[in-house]
Design a protein around this ligand. Structure first.
Ligand SMILES: [Zn+2]
Length: 365
């Protein structure tokens, strides 16, 4: 490996299009003043989680350069077996017991007296009592523990958690850098599939990756696209029977989309170098930075899981309709925003969905 490449693989070299947060992190690292609790916020699929994993590598690297490389420690973080790096990634809510357990682990000195890094993905899933149980730990993690909270809905976090965190904002990646990302992971951005995927992803490398490299995901998206454009263009007089059918279809689509996201052979969390190796090896180069497995909820957790799924699908619907940009689509995007608000404020899913359907299909009266 030549020197130049080796150098670029260090640190945050594999995170594309997030210059501001990366510069801030590098600066804080140089000064030795990295705060104890960090909050990475920004749209889904732009590289927040990948940056959190890169930061963990930098903090725990056992190589001479003290930055992300191919050393034993960096590799262990990549496959999710590093004893001092804990990743909690949940689709369901994070309970007070789980949070207490995490805080207890955080308070213990590791056997080798090393620092601990605790990454909480989907941090918006921390319930209010769980957040309260962790406030003290988040406020003063101590000199041997660092929390990295990752979320695409920071407004759903408790204000007391937000105020205790040093926030770094990640943003959508511009077109030129999306092209750079495609090239970095070994794709040809001039090829028509890649061009379509870049357009569809609208500044989200993670979405590009799924659309370009997961047949399941692309299929699910195309099905959703057909379904929603059909609904918006129908313009008939929907009956109650149609509404019931449409609601059923909504949940079926939401489930399919979530499944497609989770069944991907390339999990999230890799920088461009890891992703390239993973793609080149047909998924044999493992990327599994999660030693606390993702679980689905049941019973009282069901509403939570449903809500997450509905939000995921609604965001996709908005992106699809943005590509249309005719009058009806613009109107439909507004309705989808209203629907998202209703989900946040605990309205009945059923009633909110029914109203959404009548609105989308252009029914007045
Ligand atoms: Zn290393």
């Amino acid at each position: 490996m030549d020197r130049e490449l080796q150098k670029s693989e260090n640190g945050f070299g594999g995170i594309v299009g997030q210059d501001v947060p990366v510069q801030v992190l590098n600066h804080l690292l140089e000064l030795g003043k990295l705060p104890g609790t960090l909050l990475f916020s920004g749209p889904g699929g732009v590289g927040k989680y990948a940056a959190a994993i890169s930061l963990a590598k930098i903090l725990h690297c056992s190589g001479e350069q003290k930055s992300a490389c191919g050393c034993h420690s960096c590799n262990a973080i990549r496959v999710g077996t590093h004893p001092d790096v804990i990743v909690l990634s949940r689709e369901k809510s994070i309970s007070v017991d789980e949070m207490r357990e995490l805080v207890t682990i955080a308070a213990l000195r590791s056997s080798r007296n090393h620092e601990r890094t605790i990454i909480i993905d989907n941090a918006e899933n921390i319930t209010v009592p769980a957040a309260n149980a962790a406030l003290k730990a988040l406020e003063e993690p101590g000199d041997h523990v660092r929390f990295i909270l990752v979320t695409d809905t920071p407004e759903a976090l408790l204000p007391t958690v937000r105020s205790r965190s040093y926030r770094l904002r990640f943003s959508l990646v511009d077109y030129a850098r999306m092209v750079e990302f495609a090239r970095a992971i070994g794709d040809d951005p001039d090829e028509s599939d890649a061009k379509g995927a870049i357009r569809f992803a609208r500044g989200r490398p993670g979405t590009y990756l799924r659309f370009m490299h997961s047949e399941n995901y692309r299929q699910a998206v195309n099905e959703v696209r057909e379904w929603i454009t059909g609904t918006v263009k129908s313009g008939g007089k929907p009956r109650i029977k149609d509404a019931i059918e449409w609601k059923g279809k909504f949940w079926a689509m939401a489930e399919k989309l979530t499944d497609a996201e989770q069944s991907m052979s390339i999990p999230r969390g890799g920088d461009t170098f890891d992703l390239k190796r993973s793609l080149e090896s047909g998924g044999k180069f493992i990327l599994a930075p999660s030693n606390w497995k993702t679980e689905h909820g049941s019973g009282s957790e069901k509403r939570w899981t449903q809500g997450r799924r509905a939000i995921l699908l609604t965001r996709l619907l908005r992106r699809i309709l943005y590509m249309e940009l005719d009058e009806r689509s613009v109107n439909a995007i507004g309705l989808l925003y209203d629907f998202m608000e209703k989900l946040r404020f605990n309205c009945s899913f059923d009633i909110a969905l029914e109203r959404l359907y009548y609105g989308l299909s252009g029914f007045k009266g």
